[in-house]
Design a protein around this ligand. Structure first.
Ligand code: TGC
Ligand code: FAD
Length: 396
């Protein structure tokens, strides 16, 4: 079955005309990214996902459309856009594939953002322009083999040695690690404080083996980070943060982008299902004429519309610097599960064809299983909301 000959027939759906709440810059950013996805991602993505290969050549294109750190300052080669635009860009990228959005999320929100927010001016000038232009690829190491949902338990350590630090430990499930030039890594110091640092490829004792066998996010490369007495110069320590709020602050930025991104995947599934329902004839009429199919489609667009309104309000609060971590958690949790349920319903509407790579459904569905888990699992986000509304902490 050829996937390369397919053309991307996606059409945007905006049932409540949320677009009228956006400004010209937002719409322009969306159109530019959508065109790029149609031209560069859609024609190749099924093939790369099938082969479980990361299309690394897209890093440069992502940089050119401003997908790396869109809301970070232009001074460092970034976009200087608002948070709404950042979200819209993530939505368009994930409409193409969650793995492509992951490339941009990790680079922009988990590597560039901590260097910008917690780094020195020297570190910003040294790394940010190269990361923004895609000349350098970064990854983010927080999760460990025995500490996923509970990063506070991390075992990675740094110990002072003269002017340097010695890093030991291991990180697991790290997007882009095998191809990254730098890794922003979190480890505890001798006083037990979580510190952030920039580990560079080629440092002695540092390796990043690939994790194979994923059925999800197959066009994204994932690996480990292994540190065996890696000497980290003090210039590579992020000076302006201590404690778990460092990595968790980056997660808020990335989770915000994922809340937007997931609805991109949902829109692609809905769009494909709607079209298929009008083209596929059974019992002498289009399957879209059956009430049960209409129920599925009507519920999909209802959930998408609710999510679009949630995102617009979240984007507005983020622009005003008022979006709380718990509000972001609610949006990430709701929108990812919404997208996954829409992917499952869309798969049913496509019948047997829904399991093939002629349609994007199964790829989105498999991707969304990862999106439901990374950046905080579905249940962890529920407990964050629970803590916020009751004032009672289920984690302690
Ligand atoms: P807790 O005591 O609640 O908090 C410690 C400090 O951090 C602050 N804080 C946050 N700050 C900013 N943003 C957030 N989202 C924050 N959450 C907490 C908090 O105020 C406190 O500050 P301070 O000043 O008092 O020290 O921490 P805890 O250990 O009880 O943990 C709470 C919990 C479970 C919610 C947290 O550990 C958590 O979110 N766990 C989930 C782990 C997770 O999301 N890992 C993601 C790894 S990265 C990833 O998946 C990338 S995938 C990328 C891709 O490919 O797209
Ligand atoms: P666990 O924490 O072991 O959780 C297993 C189950 O137990 C889950 O259902 C969870 O909800 C549940 N659970 C745990 N604690 C509780 C509780 N207190 N109450 C109720 N239920 C609970 N990490 C990075 O640092 N950088 C990356 O770039 C990165 N990229 C990733 C890419 C992929 C493809 C994947 C799959 C993961 C990636 N991750 C990354 C790791 C990701 O963040 C973790 O997988 C996630 O945080 C969950 O950790 P875990 O897999 O260890 O699951």
């Amino acid at each position: 079955m050829s996937s390369k000959s397919k053309t991307d027939r996606f059409q945007y759906h905006d049932y409540y005309n949320v677009d009228e709440l956006l400004n010209e810059d937002h719409i322009m950013a969306r159109e530019a990214v959508r065109d790029w996805v149609k031209k560069e991602v859609s024609p190749i993505i099924e093939d790369y996902a099938n082969r479980s290969v990361c299309p690394t050549h897209l890093f440069k294109g992502l940089a050119e459309i401003g997908a790396f750190g869109p809301s970070l300052p232009e001074k460092y080669g970034c976009g200087g856009m608002d948070e709404m635009s950042y979200g819209i860009i993530m939505q368009e990228l994930e409409r193409g594939d969650s793995g492509i959005r992951s490339m941009a999320s990790v680079q922009g929100s988990l590597v560039m953002y901590p260097i910008y927010k917690y780094g020195s001016e020297e570190q910003r000038m040294k790394y940010l322009p190269k990361l923004a232009s895609g000349d350098m690829i970064g990854c983010f190491g927080l999760t460990e083999p025995d500490h996923g949902s509970n990063p506070a338990g991390m075992l990675s350590t740094i110990k002072k040695d003269g002017d340097d630090y010695i890093l030991n430990g291991a990180k697991m499930w790290i997007t882009n690690s095998p191809i990254a030039d730098i890794a922003v890594v979190w480890a505890r110091d001798e006083a037990g404080k979580v510190r952030g640092m920039i580990v560079e490829k080629g440092m002695k004792g540092f390796s990043a083996p690939e994790i194979h066998g994923k059925w999800s996010l197959r066009a994204s490369i994932t690996g480990e980070l292994v540190f065996e007495d890696v000497r980290i110069p003090k210039e590579n320590i992020l000076p302006n943060v201590e404690g778990l709020k460092g990595p968790l602050g980056c997660l808020s930025k990335a989770r915000y982008g994922i809340a937007w991104g997931a609805i991109g995947a949902a829109l692609d599934c809905y769009d494909s299902a709607l079209r298929y329902s009008k083209e596929r004839i059974q019992f002498g009429k289009p399957i879209g004429q059956f009430q049960l199919t209409q129920k599925k489609l009507a519920e999909m667009i209802t959930e998408i519309t609710k999510a679009q309104l949630l995102l617009w309000k979240l984007g507005k609060m983020a622009n005003e610097g008022k979006a709380t971590a718990a509000q972001i958690s609610m949006a990430k949790r709701n929108n990812v599960m919404t997208a996954l349920e829409i992917a499952r319903e869309a798969r049913q509407i496509h019948g047997g064809m829904g399991i093939t790579n002629e349609y994007p459904i199964m790829r989105h569905m498999m991707n969304l299983e990862t999106v439901l888990t990374y950046e905080g699992t579905h249940d962890i986000h529920l407990l964050i909301t629970g803590m916020d509304i009751t004032g009672l902490n289920a984690f302690k």
